[in-house]
Design a protein around this ligand. Sequence first.
Ligand code: SF4
Ligand code: SF4
Length: 1005
Amino acid sequence: MTEHTVPLSPLRKDAVTVVSCADENFTAPTGVLLRSIMDHADPGRFYDLIYLHNGVEPALLEQLCAMAAGKENVSIRCCNIQSVFQEDGLQVGNRLDFSVMTFARLVIPDVLDENYHRSLYLDGDMIALRDVAELFDMDLGDHPLGSTVDFGFLSSVYTDNAMHAYAKNVLGLSTPDQYFMAAVLLMNLDQIRKIHPVASMMDTARSRAWLWHDQDVLNHLFQGQVQYFDPAWDVIVPDHGADGMPEHWKKIYEKALAAPCLFHFAGNHAKPWKNCNSCYAADFWEIAKRTPFYKQLFSQLCSQKPAYDRLYSPASGAVRRSLRQILPPPTQSVQRDLRNVLDTLDEQTKTLLILMRQLAPESIAPPSATEAALPILPVFPEAVTVVCCGDERFAAPTAVLFQSIIDHSDPGRFYDILYLHNGISPHTKSKLCAPAAGYANISIRTCDIRAVFAEIRLFTENRANFSPMAYARLMIPDILGKEYRRALYLDGDMIAFRDVAALFDSDLDGKPMGSTVDFFFAAERQNSVRAQYVRNVLGIDSAQEYILSGMLLMDLQQFRHNNLSAKLMQTACAQSWQWHDQDVLNKVLAGQIKLLDPAWDSCQIGDLSDRLPESLADAYRRAVAAPGIFHFAGAGAKPWERTFPYRAEEFWMIARRTGFYTDLLRRLHLNLNTYESYYSTKGVKTSMLKRILKKILPPPVESVQRDLKTVLNAIDEQKKLGLLLMQQIDELRGSQLRNPSPAAKVPHHKLRFEFALAAHCNLNCAGCSHFSPVAEEEFPDFEESKRSFTHLSNLFGGECDYIHLLGGEPLLNPQCEDYLHLARNCFPKGEIHLVTNGLLLPKQPDSFYETCRDAQIIISVTPYPISLDHEAIRRRCESFGVEYRLFGEDQCKTHFNRLLLDVTGGQDAAENYRRCPYSNICLFLYRGRMYPCGIGAHMRLFEQYFSAGLELTEADSVDIFSVRNGADLLYQLAKPVPMCRYCRQDRWQELAPWGHSKRSIAEWT
Ligand code: SF4
Ligand code: SF4
């Protein structure tokens, strides 16, 4: 790296010039800012990023500049400005966390030579969430400076007389609303050089102790000459919150906070490397992970004072006073308990942070996106076409839907998935399209439809959570090119539980559209306002005819032929509709909609079945019990807004595999009403605190109650951070296995597993994959098995895909019938097979067949080349009403695949797992632990007999009693395990003729 000298010359005429100034302490956060700028950079623009400092360690500067290595459109240059920036006389003593380098932005017009005409200054404690070129290109008019209003100032100036007087008398502001932030400055350098040369600005800076330093200097000098930008370009969280702001500013602020373009960690407590709970901290750390400064920043965070001291001693003086003075002795135990809770949580947080640091991948390249042009042309012929419509905010849940569609997709079909939007950021596009990467049969594209979809005339203000984009679905037939004949529209707040191709192929019986009945509406009382509206305004008499618009299967040709999109949009614009597009569709297409299986738009908030007409109640129950698509419809149903709505677990299991995971978690984080959730619901750890507040404390201590609320909120924040970090750690663990080798598989939705009733066998096949020929006689312990089966049953609600009871030879187990009953009692739903070589079947007593019949056990016989009268067995099974099948293949098993091992463990575990035909399919239960395959579960038998040195550990299986739920178990089993390194996948295609084992190691190696 070359240290550059003053003045700097431009590298390119049309570059986006961004300057930041700081001392050594701020180099690492500035690195995060620069990374975020690069993340959102337009590949067609050049970014000239300049870091001005006062003597920073060369190694740090080296790391900073290296971030741009290999990037053709980005340069990072560092420049020591001590020769032009004289620090003497500058005063920052009123705030310990400020360095004199805060004034350095004033010398930028001299540090950049006269060939620079414009530059954008940014504070280092920011992250960009949009392309800063948009800001750089903004029109300054005649103004020398562009900036944003200071919300921090606004939040205090109206309630603090001293501040108001300072603004008026010292800064000379006619109204405090003029006060702007100096963190984001778009500079017209030519004009500034002319009207306020650097030397004069620096004289003003030295002329007094300014309360807010350079910012006050700039406000004093440039008042009335500033172009104000959208405040989203410098969003902070004011120390005093938004409450002190005038109402109109509050609204503007809340809008900016919801969708910042640049987020500014202004204030000591807001910096994520000092306070991991601060707003947008999760986004900061997401970016920081991809810089060379990650560990340094984490060390800084971990060295902060414990949360208890922060929260309880300095900030919560009133709590201390209240608890120590107002309250009598019994509350000292409360005080101690509170301290313990906080300390414990703090320790947990630190541990998690350290773990996260250890697990963080060094670099994750943002994926690329595909934006389609209008009209959209198909990528594949005859594809399953899925269309979603939404805005920037809805992209995140929609990505989860896309991931779930892919999870259940048929490798033999093509899926053409589209997201129609009204302007979303390039980064969002990238993350949205990312799940399709690596699939030859799946395409995800985005398309900006603003050119054909005018939102202006649509009415949505009657419902705050609706975007005009809700109407975009009505125009799908016109937005998609004529080559598209059918499209499946889905709301973004859904997840698929089955392959949507089955829905896409549904017969519409000649109707232009298919949808599902709206159970919410059907459950309404007939005299309700809503029911009357539907009858009188929409003209629909039967509750069973009103459809949901969350899922629409459209025959595009019929839509076009009958000009239906135009009719729908015309109706949409005619008036305000209670339920927007849904009402419009119901009104215009009444009688022309094919009702499809409601499982394809299954919604659940509470149980509606008692309120539904008899004719719908059953269909509703079926749809809810086994959804094809689940719809998080309605307030309180969305997992990113509420803690545990229906199917939230499934949502998060999918969400964690998308690029929006932390974004969604953050939204959940922001949405939770922390105090209320603690205080009014059945919070476990807060019962003690509730007792304090409601019973122990008498009325006079309301202030204590308020302060305790602060502490509770802080505890809650800690807990949520813990949750966030744990989820991220899970994610990182997963990504370590998946990246760069995408070894992890899609977890199954239902449980399927195998279980051995005996380790040994009566047939002794050479190369047996369960190593039975070398096994001692071994049966599972029945009571232990019962605990495991019962626990699995609880985890999966008594439902399984299938269970294979096998061995060795399962009929050698004298308690075989007990096991058959056990399996069926625990899993009333699902197939259960007894997999046997059949040798002992002819000798089984009638009770055995009666048990199989009563427990609905399928007898599956593996057809080895041995003397066995299959026909006689079949007849006997049939005589008892028991199903008989050949297991695996109809042909006699004359040859075995050689499932060979590499006893050195020298194989690539992740790659083996990825290619393995058994992994994630033949889960195997053994002594309360689940293995990803039967081979792995039996390797111990091989090792016991040959002592070959195989090292088998707990990491090779999952303790079924330790998982959070069923989905967690399947998720954990969908990843490679260390013992996969012993499998010789490359030689598993080799065949060996069936024969008797000589118990030689060569049969398996
Ligand atoms: S019958 Fe099956 S379990 Fe028994 S030795 Fe043969 S392959 Fe192994
Ligand atoms: S140990 Fe791994 S690679 Fe070997 S069979 Fe099991 S899952 Fe497959």
